[in-house]
Design a protein around this ligand. Structure first.
Ligand code: ADP
Length: 546
């Protein structure tokens, strides 16, 4: 027997309608590519998203067609999120940090029909547009008078000119909630990038999950700054979760340096933000270097790669800011787990609380987790046994766009997504990533966590960034080394850093064999350390004594 409740599809347009109606005057503030600060409200956002929807209808663009964005975090990008998917097309966010070849490959694979780009990326578009025959309309996200006359891109139009003449009168169509809403490709550090195709249902459910108190804890009283790019897994869902609660949104635009982020946080009284550790490192360096304080920030979400415990400590102890350590992937929309303490942990001594905070945290209801050994058997949830992390849930991917399904079945026939991460889970359900499976170091049959080795190095005051990789060893198979970039002007010797590992809870064989100093650790398109590139750079490296 079916329930007798209204069967209203979960559509992204519903979130925008809600925000415009109940939080119509809540501000959306953007630092624009032009450098100035732009302000408007959810009501304005909804009106312009509808103008965009009318524009796409006017072009005769069929439902399901892909409209690509190549843009920083800002209000026009948010209009695209809602206007494109709300009207039944698919918003395809492109990562501008990919190589031109990868970018063209992705555009062709996705068969994008329209591509809207920030003027910052004009040279990139000029370089690739001839290789992208599916794109029928190129749109520069700027005012009509800022459009270059000699771009060399046939039919290039300004976004404002494109949507400006359209009516903001529009009724969002109703359709199946499983309809595709967004497309995002993984950064493809190995092989060609793969597309995760989100649905309206998965996007809306993820937004509800993200807003929960033990997840991002968003409310109408927040001023939220998504520093994590809108071109990378929908800025962790914040443009949708913010509309659910109607909070103020502050977009940093292209200015991602510590000074610009800090100034915007202060001027817009930002209460919470989200980004990868490398961003917060730049912010902390600026704030500490200038003896500054935060006047409104009370928490920040850090994820995308392991947040060094030293960073969690600094935010808490020096600035009174709670770090919410989060884990997720492009294929998981992305939020899978967030680390917040339970009631029973509140009376624990500080160091025991800290031992929990450094973990990636508990599953958000909707996400289920397992860890399995090489034999496919479930590992115990004791916080010690580790295994391959598998997840499932309504916002976890099933099949890659135009690709295969990576899912694996358990004994009950339920399907799980293999994350490629290796983790432990403790009795309270707190998951702790020890490595990506391809980064795990196997020494004498034992696993060594590269993240643990990196975290200790990062706690040294002279170290700006540290990457641990395994090097071939005739006896032990592999031994870890730590590759280190120092802070500007800092001094540190190999011996000093190796000594620093003593007394930090590592067994002797878990301490790296060597330290290699580099000017900078190569970073990938989403700000994560590119260990593949590092390994290429160290191809002639030999471990000491070999
Ligand atoms: P890719 O880096 O392949 O583009 P994603 O950006 O989706 O893919 O990154 C997902 C991966 O990032 C996860 O599988 C995990 O290895 C890593 N990751 C994400 N958050 C964390 C975290 N808090 N701690 C450690 N690793 C993380």
């Amino acid at each position: 027997m079916l329930g007798l409740m209204q069967n209203q599809p979960l559509l992204t347009s519903m979130l925008l309608d809600f925000a415009a109606r109940y939080h119509g005057d809540a501000p959306i503030v953007s630092r624009r590519v032009e450098g100035d600060i732009h302000r408007y409200t959810y009501r304005d956002l909804a009106a312009r998203a509808k103008q965009l929807a009318n524009t796409l209808d006017g072009m005769g663009l069929a439902a399901g067609e892909r409209v690509a964005s190549l843009a920083w975090n800002g209000y026009r990008h948010m209009e695209m999120y809602y206007g494109v998917s709300g009207s039944g097309r698919v918003i395809h966010t492109l990562n501008p940090r990919l190589s031109p070849e990868q970018m063209a490959w992705i555009i062709n694979h996705a068969e994008d029909k329209v591509l809207c780009f920030d003027m910052t990326f004009l040279p990139l578009v000029q370089a690739i547009h001839a290789q992208c025959p599916t794109v029928k309309q190129w749109v520069a996200l700027c005012d009509a008078d800022k459009l270059p006359s000699d771009s060399g891109i046939a039919g290039l139009i300004s976004y404002e000119g494109w949507i400006g003449g359209q009516s903001s009168d529009y009724t969002w169509p109703q359709f199946d909630e499983n309809t595709a809403s967004g497309l995002c490709y993984t950064s493809g550090t190995t092989g060609n990038p793969k597309g995760a195709l989100y649905s309206h249902r998965s996007t809306v459910l993820h937004a509800y999950g993200a807003a929960l108190p033990d997840a991002l804890n968003l409310s109408a009283r927040d001023s939220v700054m998504p520093v994590v790019p809108m071109f990378h897994v929908n800025a962790w869902g914040l443009p949708y979760a913010a509309a659910i609660v109607g909070c103020k949104v502050v977009f940093p635009g292209p200015a991602m340096d510590g000074k610009s982020i800090y100034e915007l946080m202060e001027s817009e009284q930002v209460t919470t933000a989200a980004g990868v550790p490398t961003i917060w490192q730049m912010l902390l360096a600026h704030v500490q270097g200038h003896g500054l304080k935060f006047s409104s920030m009370n928490r920040t979400v850090i994820g995308g790669s392991a947040c060094p415990p030293a960073m969690i400590d600094t935010f808490r102890e020096e600035f009174g800011i709670d770090v919410l350590h989060a884990w997720g992937m492009t294929e998981t929309s992305p939020l899978g787990t967030v680390c917040t303490l339970k009631n029973k942990h509140l009376k624990l001594p500080a160091e025991q609380q800290m031992a929990i905070r450094v973990k990636q945290g508990r599953a958000i209801c909707g996400v289920d987790m397992r860890i399995v050994g090489d034999d496919g058997q479930d590992q115990p949830w004791d916080g010690k046994a580790y295994g391959d992390l598998l997840v499932r849930g309504p916002w976890i991917m099933d099949t890659y766009f135009k690709g295969a399904s990576p899912l694996v079945k358990d004994a009950q026939g339920r399907s799980w997504f293999p994350t490629g991460d290796v983790a432990t889970i403790d009795a309270d359900g707190f998951m702790h990533i020890t490595d990506r499976s391809k980064d795990v170091i196997k020494s004498g049959g034992e696993w060594i966590s590269s993240i643990d080795i990196e975290n200790i190095a990062m706690a040294h005051p002279a170290v700006a960034m540290a990457a641990c990789i395994g090097m071939p060893h005739p006896k032990w198979d592999e031994r870890p080394i730590v590759v280190v970039a120092l802070k500007p002007g800092a001094q540190l010797t190999r011996e000093e850093l190796l000594k620093f590992y003593e007394g930090k809870g590592q067994a002797k064989w878990q301490i790296p064999d060597d330290v290699v100093f580099v000017d900078a650790i190569p970073l990938g398109a989403t700000g994560k350390m590119l260990k593949t590139r590092l390994r290429e750079q160290l191809v002639d490296y030999k471990l000491p004594g070999l």
